[in-house]
Ligand binder design. Structure first.
Ligand SMILES: Cc1cc2nc3c(=O)[nH]c(=O)nc-3n(C[C@H](O)[C@H](O)[C@H](O)COP(=O)(O)OP(=O)(O)OC[C@H]3O[C@@H](n4cnc5c(N)ncnc54)[C@H](O)[C@@H]3O)c2cc1C
Length: 235
């Protein structure tokens, strides 16, 4: 299938990019317009921008009730009221179920990523590969930080398991042997929200409350689209 994205078939010997990777890799597709972001930087930037525009953030362990008539939100830090609410609780459909949304079915797919730090700086790029039939990606940033991702399993338990970390490192070193001297920084896990139809959705819960979820593997990429939808909805 052609999505109109420019791509080139590269073969070892004709392209120096292969020098970084294992000699077992002899050819690959190169996407010149491919790009990536640092999710931590994006989140920090968004929070700072919104704070500058007067948005108040309330950190809370849990929103315990969302009353759809008056959009009254109960949290561990008190009650808040608003003219409109967007319910964005990711893989947790409990609040939507509490409001009797019949199709409140999102399921969590846990993913683990590993972060490394290289001593050499300056090299950037991203490789996606299938190793032993398993998908893996390695993202390198100019400050020497490296992200290896991502495992995938049906689980509601947000913990980092030893097997996922060891598999990610094993596969990463197979395609990228020079990472063996990189410092292990951390491993993270998250729950990707998957909807029944496999697609993101916006569901009206009431005239002043919308529930959105189902972004699965693409929630960061699709965040601007989600924002535009909410903006349109608010008129
Ligand atoms: C390992 C991994 C790698 C990924 N890589 C990419 C990628 O490369 N590109 C990309 O676009 N996407 C990626 N994703 C997917 C992306 O992270 C998700 O699609 C996105 O986070 C979904 O956004 P969300 O706001 O719907 O849910 P979340 O980000 O899960 O946010 C929901 C928030 O609601 C909170 N919450 C839930 N219930 C309550 C409650 N009752 N009270 C208060 N708070 C509550 C949760 O704690 C959470 O903080 C990745 C995900 C994982 C796990």
């Amino acid at each position: 299938m052609d999505f109109g994205i420019e791509r080139q078939l590269l073969v070892r010997g004709a392209a120096e990019i292969f020098d970084r990777y294992s000699p077992r890799i002899s050819e690959g597709l190169y996407f010149p317009s491919d790009s990536f972001v640092d999710v931590d930087e994006v989140r920090q930037g968004l929070v700072a921008t919104l704070r500058n525009r007067g948005v108040t953030f309330v950190a809370t362990d849990a929103v315990t009730l969302l009353d759809d008539k008056v959009v009254r939100v109960e949290t561990h830090q008190g009650c808040f009221e608003a003219p409109f609410a967007v319910l964005a609780t990711g893989a947790n459909g409990a609040l939507a179920r509490q409001l009797n949304v019949e199709s409140a079915a999102v399921r969590p797919v846990r993913g683990v990523t590993v972060r490394l730090q290289r001593r050499q700086h300056g090299q950037t790029g991203m490789i996606r590969a299938l190793v032993d039939g398993r998908p893996i990606y390695v993202v390198e940033r100019s400050d020497g930080s490296v992200v290896v991702g991502a495992s995938s399993d049906e689980s509601n338990d947000r913990y980092v398991d030893a097997l996922a970390v060891s598999e990610l490192l094993r596969l990463a070193l197979l395609i990228y042997p020079s990472l063996d001297g990189a410092e292990f920084v951390e491993a993270r896990s998250g729950l990707r929200p998957v909807a029944q139809a496999g697609l993101p959705f916006f569901q009206e819960i009431s005239p002043n409350c919308v529930w959105t979820s189902g972004y699965y593997r693409h929630g960061v990429l699709m965040a601007p689209l989600a924002y535009r939808h909410v903006e349109r909805r608010l008129g």
